[in-house]
Design a binder for this molecule. Structure first.
Ligand code: HEC
Length: 177
């Protein structure tokens, strides 16, 4: 009686182990959760939201160079430098108009982006995004025409105020042309 049952379950156990392996592999490739601020209510959900809504363009690790996309990994944290530069991140069309309507959930995802993917680029002591800040700034979504001028101005302020590297002017360090 027990033999056929165990035979039936063997493929299931195999599938579960495969899934576990894939999850562990994925975890290993992503930034350590230890870098994230405790303000994030649900780190797993924040990362899953990023992977679902943003990683298709920006990559699971926030790294896309040499594609013509701004590299997030190790540099997006610089935008926490000033209130206007922080606001720029929330006003990005893909962020402001996100399908995530819950402002705490969106704040969590953006904190994952700036502290998790941005890592050491987040200025020391920078405050995490709050639901209130996200609720306020997402009402002022940038249009594609104002976007690059807004980025340029916020990059200059981060270079001036927080000594962000001059390469932040580029989409990724070493970008040509
Ligand atoms: C369809 C592709 C696409 C998707 C999806 C997308 N982005 Fe972007 N993102 C871009 C492009 C292209 C830019 C460059 C400016 C622009 O045109 O928006 C950008 C700019 C940014 C920047 C500014 C970085 C800088 O250095 O100025 C951040 C931060 C960002 N995206 C985060 C996100 C987040 C978070 C999500 C998910 C909610 C997301 N993006 C979804 C394509 C995308």
């Amino acid at each position: 009686m027990s033999a056929p049952v165990s035979r039936l379950f063997r493929p299931l156990v195999g599938a579960a182990l495969l899934l576990l392996g894939a999850t562990v592999g994925l975890r290993a490739a992503l930034p350590p959760m230890g870098l994230l601020p405790s303000a994030i209510t649900d780190p797993d959900m924040a990362r899953a939201d990023y992977v679902e809504q943003c990683a298709g363009c920006h990559g699971v690790n926030g790294s896309t160079a040499p594609a013509q996309l701004p590299e997030l990994r190790g540099r997006v944290g610089w935008f926490l430098c000033t209130p206007q530069a922080r606001a720029y991140l929330i006003r990005l069309p893909n962020v402001a108009n996100s399908r995530i309507k819950d402002n705490q959930q969106l704040a969590d995802m953006m904190n994952y982006v700036v502290f998790g993917l941005g890592g050491a680029s987040a200025p020391q002591g920078a405050a995490p995004f709050t639901a209130d800040e996200v609720a306020r700034e997402r009402q002022h979504a940038l249009s594609t025409t104002t976007l690059s001028a807004e980025r340029a101005s916020q990059v200059e302020s981060a270079i001036r105020t927080c000594k962000a590297p001059a390469s932040l002017r580029l989409l990724y360090p070493g970008q040509k042309g």
